[in-house]
Ligand binder design. Structure first.
Ligand code: HEC
Ligand code: HEC
Length: 495
């Protein structure tokens, strides 16, 4: 039988249309497709390729570990780096806002850590104004560290962790001087990489580690020199430094370098996503594959475009964006009330940077909550929902998810006002075309897929105390002045 010409033309048009419809209804979620989308975006699953990173068994990283857990680096001897960055808690403290000095029980780390009510400056809430990020994978940052990037590489060379060595342009820190035009200059004492530069500062922060006493020490270097001199009074510490550096001299430069090597040795990237990208089709579930596609595909083909900011195998662009996540806690002294946090603007004073915070890495993200620069969100679903519709998420924000000590200071109204200013800034940014989170509607199912994908970014080692043991000192590791933080949880069980 002969098909009439008009009919034949119609079929020629209809068949491809039908096929296209089928293709969108039943999206190809095969392992092959998902992996090739990743490869097309430059992903390999392994952010360590071409990086030179220390092992935890290296002598300098071992010295760094002893220092990281020592309350001797707090002037009042009551806070260590590990008070806020404990490997057993995901390289942070599981708190929205950390508590550094003047804890009721300095050795209690994580939920249950409270301020001594007799401490100076005590008003019931944590004195530290930003969430503690994880120290895991610190060796992967190339541009900036901290939420506002006040530790910043001038080279930004890929794979160099902040400095390409002797001929590099250096690293800017809060100690940096400015030139005649107000541009921040490299800090000559910053050291060889971003984590080392960073390790010079927690000890100088009153709330983190310095404490409210010893006010005769004026400059940051006064504090560092005092700490180095105190360690040098112990033969045990001198021997530790001699074993690494060949002589007994203890300077803060050496302390910072060792601390830097210790956090750089915290490489936790062996996750299911990596195994999948390396060819193991069954390493991640079908739901996770659907989530991966949403994460990677642009919005014009029904993706969620997460990868525009959470870019590369480290899942961050190391740039700053306004997301207007709830501003809780006492803030950074910004705004009319002093309880606001202007983010990147604090460093650059550029209007475009107002309320912008650095994109976090998403490696091990299931273990690094609460999330957001102030730790306002306590579930990953809520973080994702915030990205989709920030205004609604903030309007419905429930302060009850926070530790009562954060909200009892009666500041919820101020917190809402501050957050609304960030939301308004986001709206302005969108109008003037600054890259912002896209306005998106996803079903609950799709949000669930994204969460399943995020779960594949967690290295099982960080959920396993035995696997983490090399990064946590035990009785066999020297404790030269008896000031080791032997961290316990709220039930006083060792962490
Ligand atoms: C009181 C809690 C506290 C203590 C103690 C503390 N930190 Fe932190 N740490 C933080 C907070 C909060 C931030 C984020 C600061 C910001 O963004 O403004 C941070 C940031 C960092 C970062 C940057 C992570 C990133 O993603 O950019 C590293 C690395 C780090 N700390 C290492 C250390 C070391 C080393 C010590 C000890 C010398 C230390 N910290 C002591 C709370 C603490
Ligand atoms: C425009 C850039 C941008 C896009 C697009 C984006 N994010 Fe983010 N994301 C950020 C920034 C910036 C933060 C930190 C905000 C803060 O701290 O206040 C963040 C925070 C997060 C966090 C919390 C991590 C932590 O450690 O606190 C998660 C989880 C997250 N994003 C997942 C996603 C997912 C899933 C998507 C896609 C739906 C996405 N992001 C799209 C910039 C972006």
């Amino acid at each position: 039988m002969q098909i009439s010409t008009p009919y034949r033309v119609l079929t020629l048009i209809l068949i491809p249309l039908l096929l296209a419809a089928c293709a969108t209804d039943e999206e190809d979620i095969s392992a092959l497709r998902v992996r090739s989308v990743g490869i097309a975006l430059g992903l390999t699953g392994d952010p360590t390729t071409l990086r030179i990173l220390p092992s935890i068994t290296d002598p300098k990283a071992q010295l760094g570990m002893k220092l990281f857990y020592s309350k001797a680096l707090g002037l009042d001897q009551d806070a260590a780096c590990a008070s806020c960055h404990h490997p057993a808690l995901g390289g942070n403290d599981d708190l929205s806002l950390p508590i550094g000095v003047d804890a009721e029980n300095p050795d209690l780390v994580g939920p249950g850590r409270f301020h001594l009510s007799t401490a100076p400056n005590w008003d019931g809430g944590p004195t530290v104004s930003r969430n503690a990020p994880t120290t895991f994978n610190s060796g992967m940052w190339d541009r900036v560290m901290t939420y506002d990037g006040r530790i910043e590489s001038l080279d930004k060379a890929v794979n160099f962790n902040g400095s390409p060595g002797d001929f590099g342009a250096g690293i800017v820190t809060p100690d940096s001087l400015t030139d005649d035009f107000g541009t921040l200059l490299a800090d000559p004492n910053a050291g060889g990489n971003l984590p080392t530069a960073l390790a010079r500062f927690p000890v100088t922060s009153v709330e983190d580690m310095r404490g409210f006493d010893f006010l005769t020490l004026v400059t940051n270097d006064d504090v560092r020199n005092e700490l180095a001199a105190r360690l040098a009074a112990y033969a045990g510490w001198r021997a530790e430094f001699a074993a690494v550096y060949g002589d007994e001299i203890i300077t803060y430069d050496r302390i910072a370098e060792a601390l830097g090597e210790y956090v750089r040795s915290q490489v936790f990237v062996n996750n299911a996503w990596k195994a999948f990208m390396l060819g193991d089709d069954d390493a991640i579930s079908e739901a996770a594959r659907r989530g991966a596609l949403l994460f990677m595909l642009p919005t014009r083909v029904d993706g969620a475009s997460c990868i525009t900011c959470h870019r590369s195998d480290f899942f961050t662009d190391e740039f700053f964006h306004v997301l207007a996540m709830p501003q809780i806690g006492r803030g950074k002294g910004d705004g009319d009330t002093g309880t606001d946090d202007f983010g990147r603007f604090r460093v650059t004073a550029a209007d475009a940077d107002l309320y912008a915070f650095r994109t976090p890495s998403l490696l091990n993200v299931t273990e690094t909550g609460p999330w957001g620069h102030a730790g306002a969100y306590t579930t990953l679903e809520a973080v994702i929902r915030h990205h989709l519709d920030p205004q609604t998420a903030v309007d419905n924000y429930d302060f009850n998810q926070l530790e009562p000590s954060i909200v009892s200071s009666g500041q919820t109204d101020e917190m809402r006002l501050n957050t609304q200013k960030a939301l308004d800034k986001l709206a302005t940014n969108r109008l003037i075309g600054i890259l912002s989170i896209p306005i998106l509607e996803l079903t609950d199912e799709q949000v669930g897929y994204l969460v399943e994908f995020l779960k594949t970014l967690t290295d099982p080692c960080v959920q396993d105390r035995a696997c983490l043991a090399p990064w946590i000192p035990d009785d066999t590791v020297a404790d030269p002045d008896g000031l080791r933080l032997n961290a316990v949880d709220a039930n006083l069980n060792p962490l």
